[in-house]
Design a protein around this ligand. Sequence first.
Ligand code: COA
Length: 256
Amino acid sequence: MTDQVLTEIQGNIIIIRLNRADKKNALTGDMYTGICDALDQLENDANLRAGVITGTQECFTAGNDLVDFLNSAGIGGESPVGRFLRTIPNLSKPLVAAVNGPAVGVGTTMLMHCDLVYAAPGAKFQMPFASLGLCPEAGSSLLFPQLIGYRKAAELLMLCKMFTPEEAVTMGIVNEVIAAEEYQAHAIAQAEALAKLPPRSIRVTKQLLRKGNEEQLKAIMKLEETYFTEMLAGAEAKEAFSAFLEKRKPDFSQFS
Ligand code: COA
């Protein structure tokens, strides 16, 4: 059990807090395991009716820990990331996200599997997979073009453009921008509101909202897993990751 993921039960909801501020809450294998244990608890405990996922007050998450990633076997199978990518889309109960500061990589893509998302004005969203020599994950290659159209999705997933909370609201990725002092309390209040509604009705509504995409999502996530795992061990990713760790600009001119 890592103290870099804190959980707290408040009545009928569970609050999951990413807690590794010195590394911008970058996610290690142990942290994915901590999140999944908490999501399993939400799924299996009949007293729990909704969850909240958030970071520290100032930061959601800088995405996968790049050092951990370099030494990992990828995002598939029994890996902690693989477990996370199977658990979050299959959660039957509602999950609310509260975001401030960086929401990078999986910090943005996981939001597509949350039901409600609130962001503080300081939130910064980015999916830099292509610039890291990788490819989209968590079903983002299907879910983003569906939600925002191909053109915008190409801007976010190929050019890796960073976007603001206001743009995220316009694109339908975030429900509302809430003041920094209140965004976490607001997300918790929304989860509490969900927890007061008829629980089966909420579960069936969530299931139906997502059912139409289920098979397509499963298929694209399988393909993403295959490419991502192969590319993580590839030369382009090695150059991108080394550049990040050496605090220099990557040079992709040698690749074809
Ligand atoms: N993996 C590992 N370490 C990370 C990290 C990550 N994804 N993101 C940040 N860190 C570390 C930094 O290396 C730094 O460590 P140090 O203090 O030992 O040097 C510390 O967290 C603080 O990060 P820093 O870059 O100084 O903060 P910032 O506010 O200037 O920038 C980010 C924040 C998120 C924009 C920047 O850290 C970043 O781009 N991180 C990488 C994001 C990424 O590519 N994620 C993977 C997606 S698949």
